[in-house]
Write a protein that binds this ligand. Sequence first.
Ligand code: HEC
Ligand code: HEC
Length: 463
Amino acid sequence: MLTKQHVKSVILASMTTMPLTLWTAGAGALEPIEALGKNIFFDEKLSIPANKQACASCHDPARGWILPDSRINATTVVAPGAKPHALGNIKPPANAYASFSPPFRRGNFGPFVVGWEGGNFWDGRAEGCGAKSGAKCPTTTGGAASETIRLSDLPSGLQAAYRKYLGPIADQALNPFPNDVEQNIREKNVCQRVKTAKYKNLYRQAFGGNIDCSPNPKNNPAYRGSFKLLAVALAAWQSSSDVNSFSSKRDKALAADPDHKFPLVGFTDQENQGHDLFYGITSALNPSGKRANCNVCHNGVPQGQPPDRTGEAPHQLYADNRFHNIGVPFNREIPEVGKGTKVGLKAHVSSVPAGNFRTPTVRNVAKGLHGGFVKAFAHNGWFKSLESLVHFYNTRDVLQRCESLGIVHATEKEALKNNCWPASEFANPAAFVIGNLRLTAAEEAALVAYLKTLTDTHTPTRP
Ligand code: HEC
Ligand code: HEC
């Protein structure tokens, strides 16, 4: 077993190649700004009606940072808000490792990928370019974008120290409180409740003064500035090693391995085979070099680190932070969300085709699956198990269409029962790399076994 200290030293060793110091402290030793963010994350009092909902209510570390409600995951998918009857319209993604997504930007990624990457949210609309000098932020893309926190929003003496927390993860944190299908609380009330919270001293330690919730000056009330600093504190904790612990079986076995290369001594043959399929590596366990192509999208490292084509980097993120349409079927079980209405990136960048969603990390997808707990996968949660999702990647274009059997808007259960897949909700899903992988049942199982090695063993709890 590796200790946290060891994980930290591995992290420190690789920092020389990184421009950003994203890991600041071990889980036990949070800086005041991180500890403040952690307290806010778990504080149900920051919602109206009070005592109902915290960030953690929809992002439970013990379940891999998603909605900890098996029944909802198995059916309607979307999280209820603090207010009675308020419902979201998309699945909460994991927030861990989201701090590694770069500021939203245009790029050229080849013929089959829409030319944008980064940001937070399924559509990247928390752009996080506020720390870049001279950048137009948010970018004008013809769609919805989040408000941005800029360097000038930080107290002048702390700009150098806290600049590293600005980015998509900080912009994202401005959104859940005022959202009426989430915590449903005004900025001013958040400020006032933190002012009297048990952890109020952490604010002073982090920002060098008491929190100011005054409604003055009228054109830029003090509580607005304080609210932004609370979002920065949430960003700080979500950027820390308490949240991004890189403490999975994969991370530990890789660090402990004599040559730090696959096949790992600490893995079973099945897990090693799953890795080789995920990355399309020819090996004794994958002699014909079969490719599941997962690494085409679920592969990436923190900004500034060398590319990792073999999945052997200590900080492999398992996400490219780009936008793809994998052909997810319409989910008729989400109340009041009509077919074709949740379009992904297009809601943010009006010029792109509908149906592209930001690749989620596959770290922690299996976390919390014990005891029959159901998790929902993909942006609309249509998939209810890793097994069925992998079977979909393998056979999407091979099995008959459920529509041809007369089943319209089939649920996952109906599809599995009838050995069919529904058509993609949106046209032109990614081809070639998805849909007909020619994997055997044993190879599908090996991929699932590999996904299960990506579960962090460190689980932050309520402070
Ligand atoms: C009612 C449930 C709910 C609550 C409460 C909630 N979230 Fe979320 N969260 C979501 C949903 C749903 C999304 C996806 C929304 C979208 O993409 O349009 C999301 C997205 C995110 C993301 C983006 C992850 C990524 O990779 O894009 C982060 C980070 C996050 N939430 C952090 C927080 C924080 C911090 C709080 C508390 C201030 C919070 N959430 C409160 C449901 C919730
Ligand atoms: C073309 C890019 C691409 C390829 C190839 C790909 N994925 Fe994905 N994956 C995505 C995107 C994008 C999503 C989210 C799609 C959505 O919500 O519409 C996703 C979702 C997932 C999820 C659900 C995660 C969650 O939190 O809901 C898992 C698990 C997953 N993929 C595993 C795999 C595996 C295993 C493979 C290889 C067999 C693979 N993916 C191949 C892009 C890809």
